[in-house]
Design a protein around this ligand. Structure first.
Ligand code: SAM
Length: 226
């Protein structure tokens, strides 16, 4: 899989690119590249934004600036891109990012993430240059960089070999293996801690009973999100 992140702050990703599961994914031929939106701006002095039509506070990232970055990167008319690859603009008002969408994106061979700043993108970036508009939650971050890392992290750990144990990513909260439910609780040593014991069944050695208990606890757990 090839992931491109388009951002005004490429430096934010230096730490992320060093993390183990990202490097594991890269060692298996997957790619995560960071593209500086400012590097290809057609505007004087490296400008990328302008004042909003209709007035109001803040600045808006121009559609022609995003167009130039995509044209340079993909050597095509960017209007054609949403038909060819997933181009995800990150925005608070977008489709909520969840495990199903992470799986969907992990199945795509190529993915572009557009990180906004300031008041966000000109709406035509969403409408004409993106295949998806995605939100990582109903709150406002200062920029799309952390949102892009959330998406990359959740997508990359679904790629075969990105995690140490192949099974770690298949049976997790919200996965199909758990019918979309949150994961069951985990315990490790000590078996008794300050008067609280690990559930007896987990010490029984009865794998069938452990499995039944885990599925039951998974179904019974309240979802963490409304
Ligand atoms: N004016 C926008 C609004 O009220 O919806 C907020 C813009 S925010 C300060 C700047 C950028 O951060 C957005 O363009 C987007 O790329 C990113 N961002 C902020 N919150 C986000 C969220 N919850 N999910 C995805 N991206 C987010």
């Amino acid at each position: 899989m090839k992931i491109d992140v388009v951002t005004l702050f490429p430096g934010w990703f230096a730490w992320f690119l060093e993390q183990r599961h990202v490097r594991n994914a890269e060692a298996r031929g997957h790619r995560l590249e960071v593209i500086d939106l400012r590097a290809t701006t057609p505007l004087q002095g490296g400008r990328v934004d302008d004042t909003p039509y209709g007035g109001g506070a803040g600045m808006v990232i121009r559609v022609d600036v995003v167009e130039a970055a995509l044209a340079e990167r993909y050597r095509c008319d960017p209007l054609e891109l949403p038909e060819q690859r997933r181009v995800v603009a990150l925005a608070p008002a977008g489709r909520p990012f969840d495990d199903a969408l992470a799986s969907e994106l992990a199945d795509a061979p190529e993915l572009t993430l557009l990180c906004g700043r300031y008041e966000g993108f000109d709406e035509r970036v969403h409408e004409r240059l993106s295949s998806d508009v995605v939100s990582v939650g109903p709150y406002v971050l200062s920029g799309g960089e952390l949102a892009a890392m959330v998406v990359c992290d959740a997508v990359l750990r679904k790629l075969p070999g990105a995690l140490g144990h192949a099974e770690s990513a298949t049976e997790e909260s919200f996965s199909a293996a758990l019918e979309g439910a949150p994961e069951y609780p985990h315990y490790t040593r000590p078996a008794t801690w300050r008067g609280t014991d690990v559930p007896e069944v987990l010490l029984s050695g009865d794998h069938g009973a452990v499995r039944r208990w885990r599925l039951e606890r998974s179904r019974a757990r309240a979802p963490r999100l409304p």
